[in-house]
Design a protein around this ligand. Structure first.
Ligand code: DGT
Ligand code: CA
Ligand code: CA
Ligand code: ZN
Length: 574
């Protein structure tokens, strides 16, 4: 059975983690970690060695009888009985928790048993909601340390590229490859395909009988600064921008399995592979196999179908409940860009936008929208040329005149009103009352003590004139972390007051993020997806917001700006 050294190493690492959770002998744990390293770095393919000369496996450093036998077992049967037994005893995801500083096997187990936490994402939510400090042996100091570790992990993401930025070379490369001789299909896989807001690198997949032409095309693209690795079926390059790009070429028969594998996420792949193991099958990037026979692999649909599952949209593939939902044929029918009927946050030359009202309206009309809310800034955001009450009154008269001329689009009167430090709003109630849409946002004091920040934001969203809480965490990817406050409490206030939460599609914001947006939806809050455009072209940022919403499992009815105009106005006026 074909199996890369990396895959064998991965199994050994899984064993080491699971043994550690069980508090096994540390020497035993270390032996598996060592073996993983040795296997991973070995230049020859060990699956072939295991078949041709299994005895020689024992000559590898740190690989004795037992580990050599495990490699042979894995290559012969596609599974490891020991790993299977360990997995049956350990809840999934608990191993991941142990990679955080200060979390050993017993704390990982406690988080799982008491709070049902099985992923870093779930841990972050529990920390934000203040649940972790209640556990025996944890407390506020552990909570702070864990939050810091998670934030540091995210800050590591500074080296990651914004998806919207990576999209430009990604699509150009895919187009060039599609035009190369012998290329039957080409897709951008990895986190890019899953719609993540940032990508570590690009993973491009090609179906071709012979990869040579595709590899040659790829390595000689004008954007390539250096070729980091080049072989017959794969290559890695670095672009002038610093972005790394992996290319894999696979035979058309394996394309679906490879697309599934390289789309990930890794957690989704591992969960699916476990399902295969339970059925005595082997799933890898070449296909789904029973014994030596490939039973699926040409398309993704074919592979999922072999598990009795419908095709799962890439945005959901995070092992966050999608496999369970698919098994029950209860996958959500995700929001699509075409469901969006208008944009509810945009700026004009009246504050910090580049284009005037008429130009913005014309561009929105060209997109086929029914409405566009102009939401210029309030006075406190001085750097953005915020308008005062008189300014909004004058703008309203210009909007009325503009609407009289527009045939398809209605321009709505709105404001992005700043939330002051005490939670009051930066425009008077009479001014707010004359607007169709009020978005409350904060642009300063991001680091108030969490309790104070929570009080401030709860007060703001409880104001009867507020419709939308905009870019709710204030993060700027790679530059400013999300503001720390009790997200659950603010979500609850939004739910109580019928305030929607925004997914701001500016590539640097993408705020709410996927996980928080999902949490908001689960609490019964509606979402608004906006471009937050500061020019006519930026109205196109809507698509990034829609990706984020799909990652949050959002369906059409969860999103306010999928409503036709009249229903939207009723919803806003409530
Ligand atoms: P990124 O690049 O950090 O934004 O995230 P991804 O998801 O694009 O990750 P990347 O580029 O390391 O790998 C691409 C895909 O390949 C990943 O989503 C799943 C698959 N993959 C990579 N490593 C492993 C692995 O060790 N096991 C399994 N099952 N799949 C893997
Ligand atoms: Ca990637
Ligand atoms: Ca990669
Ligand atoms: Zn803003």
């Amino acid at each position: 059975m074909a199996m890369t050294n990396e895959e064998i190493a991965q199994r050994f690492l899984e064993i080491a983690d699971l043994l550690e959770i069980e508090d096994a002998n540390p020497f035993r744990v270390r032996a598996y970690r060592n073996a993983a390293r040795v296997v991973g770095e070995h230049p020859e393919r060990l699956d072939q060695v295991a078949r041709s000369d299994p005895e020689s496996l024992k000559e590898l450093p740190g690989i004795g009888d037992d580990l050599a036998a495990k490699i042979v077992e894995l290559v012969r049967t596609g599974r490891l009985e020991m790993l299977h037994e360990l997995e049956k005893r350990t809840p999934p995801g608990v191993a991941e928790l142990m990679r955080l500083p200060g979390i050993g096997p017993s704390k990982a187990r406690a988080l799982h048993d008491a709070l049902g936490i099985t992923s870093l994402a779930a841990l972050r939510r529990a920390l934000e909601l203040g649940h972790v400090r209640e556990l025996p042996g944890f407390g506020e100091r552990t909570e702070a340390r864990l939050l810091a570790a998670l934030v540091a992990r995210e800050a590591e993401g500074e080296r990651r590229a914004l998806r919207a930025v990576a999209a430009v070379p990604a699509e150009a490369i895919a187009d060039a490859l599609r035009a190369a001789p012998g290329v039957e299909a080409c897709d951008i896989a990895g986190s890019f395909r899953r719609g993540r807001d940032t990508v570590g690198d690009l993973d491009i997949l090609v179906a071709a009988g012979d990869g040579e032409a595709a590899i040659e095309t790829f390595c000689s693209l004008p954007d390539v600064r250096s070729v980091l690795a080049r072989g017959g079926t794969k290559a890695t390059v670095r672009l002038a921008t610093g972005l790394q790009v992996d290319l894999r070429v696979v035979p058309p028969d394996s394309y679906g399995a490879a697309l599934l594998y390289f789309t990930g996420s890794k957690a989704h792949n591992i969960a699916l592979r476990r399902q295969a193991q339970r059925r005595g099958l082997l799933l890898n990037e070449y296909g789904l196999h029973r014994e030596k026979k490939r039973i699926a692999g040409r398309t993704e649909e074919e592979v999922y179908r072999a598990f009795g599952l419908p095709w799962i949209p890439p945005e959901l593939r995070e092992n966050a409940g999608e496999l369970e939902a698919a098994a029950k044929h209860a996958l959500p029918r995700l929001l699509e860009l075409a469901d969006i009927r208008g944009d509810l946050q945009a700026h004009s030359t009246d504050s910090d936008g580049r284009d005037d009202l008429a130009a913005m309206a014309a561009a929105a009309e060209a997109l086929g929208y029914e409405y566009l809310a102009m939401t210029d800034h309030s006075p406190a955001v001085r750097v953005a040329g915020g308008m005062d009450a008189a300014g909004f009154r004058a703008q309203a008269r210009r909007i009325d005149r503009l609407n009289a001329k527009l045939r398809k689009l209605r321009v709505l009167k709105g404001a992005e009103v700043d939330i002051r430090a005490d939670g009051s709003l930066d425009l008077d109630d009479a001014t707010l009352a004359r607007l169709d849409v009020v978005i409350a946002t904060f642009h300063s004091r991001f680091t108030l003590p969490p309790r104070e920040q929570t009080r401030r934001l709860v007060r703001a969203v409880s104001h009867p004139r507020v419709n939308i809480f905009g870019h709710p965490t204030g993060r700027l990817i790679g530059r400013r972390p999300p503001s720390a406050y009790d997200f659950g409490a603010v979500v609850k206030a939004c739910a109580e007051h019928g305030v929607a939460m925004e997914i701001d599609g500016q590539p640097e914001r993408m705020d709410l993020d996927d996980q928080l947006a999902r949490l908001a939806l689960q609490a019964g809050v509606k979402l608004v997806i906006s471009s937050d455009a500061h020019s006519t072209v930026e109205l196109g940022f809507m698509r990034w917001g829609v990706s984020q919403a799909r990652r949050a499992w959002a369906v059409k009815k969860d999103v306010l700006n999928t409503l036709p105009l009249e229903r939207l106005l009723r919803a806003l006026a409530r």
